[in-house]
Write a protein that binds this ligand. Structure first.
Ligand code: 5AD
Ligand code: SF4
Length: 451
């Protein structure tokens, strides 16, 4: 039988279930892993029960990440006993950090692969099919993106594109510099051709991903000085058919002049910025090794708003960092009042083994918990107020999918609000001008504007 007929023989199809934890980059990685295993005969399935291979794509930022991984693996044990051919793999940042330990403690695990080595999955799967155990948590220099297949399985008009991985900042609480390694940027020409292919396949909206995305510095298409994120955005904006560009996650110190200027004059760059601050206290920011003050952060926000007055700002916060006093926490609340956030994520500090902050004495849990509640109440209030302010305004919505009601379409506004629109003639991928008529919990209702 030829290779081609092998590919077409559906009786040989194997089922792949991937459980994904964590950030958008993990969601992106899971999709790429599924694609890379396609030629090995795998198709995606929604449950572990009927799978031939289960991959757990882990996130080290989650609290008790490795304990949760071990309990997930424990739950897979009966499936493995019932079907000894079931292959189990661990991928992502916990695999990177604790690969050897996972193989030692969990004999049922066949494969461990870190984020820099996903292009080796098909080869590793072949080794596993021969009954071996496979591990790859090296940081090879080769660009894994060169070896991943072209993107095919697209869902809807929006897509993520990883442009940069890793981080050199070493915030005292964070495992990313250890698990994802040093900053590496993908060459601009590769990114332009990846986005062109996406657009040819119906994508109109992209989010550029990176742990420290605004530190992007990729090889320029024609040689010469590296491109920064602003040049990359301007290069991508030239692609006909691409309507929207966003990026995340950024560090305040890497908000360069050119990038701020792009928010003022690049129409395809959306008025939304995720810019984590973590704390509003300079003392805590210093202890966190954030390398910026609250004044630096507020100055960046002010300059961004000068460039783009309707900018929607989002952030990440950590409360209860070791040494945080009530006065420090009050400064965080004051900063939130000063900025007015459209959206935000807030977390109670939890120690990550191997990070400098893990050595410090924690704030009592009940205190940290109460602070988190107070901060989240304020952030929700702001989110709601900014959403209410959208009522009566005209915005653009990119339809992602039909809504639950007859004739309804749902999508995202320029500011990333979820919007539902009564539009019986609407179709997925359409960019429509609408007027917001009502703000409901976590979304807006709108009607098309007659042109
Ligand atoms: N404890 C709590 N939150 C954390 N984050 C990262 N590490 C920790 C930790 N040890 C949060 C930060 C970061 C977001 C992705 O996760 O706010 O910006
Ligand atoms: Fe982690 Fe972000 Fe700090 Fe880098 S900048 S160490 S990814 S929190």
């Amino acid at each position: 039988m030829s290779d081609l007929t092998d590919d077409l023989d559906t009786s040989k199809q194997k089922k792949l279930y991937i459980k994904t934890y964590g950030c958008q980059m993990n969601v992106y990685d899971s999709e790429r892993m599924a694609e890379s295993l396609g030629p090995s005969g795998y198709v995606a399935t929604d449950t572990a029960e009927d799978a031939d291979m289960v991959l757990i794509n882990t996130c080290h930022i989650r609290e008790k990440a490795s304990e949760k991984l071990f309990s997930d693996l424990g739950r897979l044990r009966p499936l493995k006993l019932a079907n000894p051919n079931l292959k189990i793999g661990v991928t992502g940042c916990v695999a990177q950090a604790e690969g050897a330990e996972i193989l030692r403690r969990m004999p049922l695990v066949d494969l461990v692969v870190g984020p820099q080595s996903y292009h080796r999955l098909p080869q590793m799967e072949a080794e596993v099919a021969l009954g071996k155990r496979a591990i790859d948590t090296d940081f090879p220099l080769e660009d894994k993106f060169d070896h991943l297949p072209k993107r095919t399985a697209l869902r809807g008009p929006s897509a993520f594109v990883t442009v940069q991985e890793g981080c050199d900042k070493f915030c005292a609480f964070c495992v990313v510099p250890y698990t994802r390694g040093a900053e590496v940027s993908r060459p601009a020409d590769r990114l332009i051709s990846e986005v062109r292919t996406l657009v040819e396949n119906g994508v109109r909206d992209i989010t550029l991903l990176g742990q420290n995305v605004n530190a992007y510095h990729g090889a320029a298409p024609q040689g010469g000085a590296d491109w920064g994120l602003a040049e990359l955005i301007r290069g991508l904006a030239c692609i006909d058919g691409l309507a929207r560009i966003r990026y995340m996650t950024s560090h305040p110190n890497d908000m360069q002049d050119g990038l701020i200027a792009a928010h003022g004059d690049c129409e395809k760059l959306m008025p939304y910025l995720h810019l984590p601050v973590q704390s509003g206290s300079d003392r805590i920011l210093r202890a966190m090794n954030r390398k910026h003050t609250t004044a630096d952060y507020l100055r960046v926000i002010e300059r961004m708003r000068d460039a783009r007055p309707d900018l929607m700002i989002s952030s990440d916060f950590i409360v209860g960092f070791p040494g945080e006093t009530d006065a420090d926490f009050q400064e965080t609340l004051a900063l939130v009042h000063a900025v007015r956030y459209g959206q935000a994520y807030s977390f109670k500090y939890s120690a990550r083994p191997g990070t400098p902050a893990a050595e410090k004495i924690a704030v009592p849990d009940d205190v940290a918990h109460a602070r988190l509640q107070e901060l989240q109440a304020l952030l929700s209030e702001q989110q709601r107020a900014l959403q209410d302010e959208m009522v009566g305004r005209e915005v653009s919505v990119l339809y992602d999918k039909p809504g639950r009601r007859e004739g309804q379409m749902v999508g995202k506004s320029d500011h990333l609000h979820a919007v539902s629109v009564q539009d019986p003639n609407g179709h997925v991928g359409q960019l429509v001008r609408v007027k917001v008529v009502e703000a409901v919990t976590n979304s807006l209702k709108a009607v098309p504007v007659a042109l």
